[in-house]
Design a binder for this molecule. Structure first.
Ligand code: PEP
Ligand code: MG
Length: 325
């Protein structure tokens, strides 16, 4: 099976009935690019930049960040690279920021909330990204967006830094897409409004599931509630994809669910444009997608969304898959 998959490294991902989707990778450091290319990744769908900030005693400088972003963009040779701005907080701490302990870190001062407040740190990252933007196909993504106001504020800061750099005579790409992670239910529900202003969505199911089900993604005792196939989650995912398409934008997914064998047929049926997963899952996902029909999967979506439990959904998808092979 591994040998079969290896043949797919340079193949596009096209369903049996001709629907093209993009299979891209989640990375944490520039060193991960090797694995992306070896596994036939068509781009990077999520670069988790927090690793640049972790395991050290002070903030990374603009130069350090510029080097990392430039390396990733160059090594991807013009393929899309979605870089997520700093998503610290929750399970990821930065001791040197010396932030007060919180009762509910996952509901607290993290990610874009922290960046909009600690603006010097945020602006340094944005400058590094903007300077690196001419070395490849950069897309910038803000994490944990809960309101349109947060997105507008983050985008305004980005555009301010861009204008400053240009005034300094530094080249900046004019084609950078600016998108958001959809990982908070309020944003999924308001996706139609967001879609008018963002260039793309990437659905972060790791957090979207925990916030929708009110079940900590790290807590084993409530892990039975962590249900990717719950119709509640699938309905939110559908809202986001439909909202994007209505405005001519694209929708991807960068949570673990994007590489999940049971979820993939549903996501194809829902019209997801981009699947971002760990590099080691890409070839398996490609081989699965080549054998699926988009039209067939679309035709069962209504039935799936009207099911009552996650188990029912899982059973139906597994039955269909057995019939396929
Ligand atoms: C997510 O929440 O789905 C996601 C991709 O981000 P992280 O796992 O880094 O929170
Ligand atoms: Mg997340």
């Amino acid at each position: 099976q591994k040998a079969e998959w290896a043949k797919l490294v340079n193949e596009p991902t096209v369903s049996k009935d001709g629907q093209h989707v993009e299979l891209v990778a989640n990375i944490g450091t520039p060193e991960d690019i090797k694995g992306v290319l070896e596994n036939g990744g068509e781009g990077v769908g999520l670069y988790r930049t927090e690793f640049l900030y972790m395991g050290r005693t002070q903030l990374p400088t603009e130069e350090e960040q510029f080097d990392a972003y430039k390396t990733v963009l160059e090594r991807m040779e013009g393929k899309p690279v979605v870089v997520r701005t700093l998503d610290i907080g929750g399970d990821k701490e930065l001791p040197y920021l010396d932030l007060p302990k919180e009762m509910n870190p996952f509901l607290g001062f993290r990610a874009i909330r922290l960046c909009l407040e600690m603006q010097d740190m945020f602006r340094t990252q944005l400058r590094a990204l903007l300077r690196a933007s001419t070395f490849g196909n950069l897309k910038i993504m803000f994490p944990m967006i809960a309101t349109l106001g947060e997105f507008r504020q983050a985008k305004a800061i980005l555009l301010e830094e861009k204008a400053k750099l240009k005034a300094e005579g530094i080249a900046v790409s004019e084609t950078i897409e600016i998108g958001i992670m959809v990982e908070i239910p309020s944003t999924a529900v308001m996706a139609d409004i967001f879609a008018k202003e963002v260039d793309f969505f990437s659905i972060g199911t790791n957090d979207l599931i925990q916030y929708t089900m009110a079940a900590d993604r790290m807590n084993e005792r409530v892990s039975y509630l962590y249900q990717p196939y719950n119709p509640a989650i699938l309905r939110l995912v559908k809202m986001v994809i439909d909202a994007a398409h209505k405005e001519g934008k694209w929708a991807g997914m960068c949570g673990e669910m994007a590489g999940d064998e049971v979820a993939i047929p549903i996501l194809l049926g829902l019209g997801l444009d981009e699947f971002s997963m760990s590099a080691s899952s890409i070839l398996q996902a490609r081989s699965q997608l080549l054998n699926l029909s988009k039209a067939e999967m679309s035709s069962i979506i209504e039935q799936v969304l009207n099911m009552t439990t996650a188990e029912e959904v899982e059973r139906l998808i597994k039955e269909i898959e057995v019939k396929e092979v």
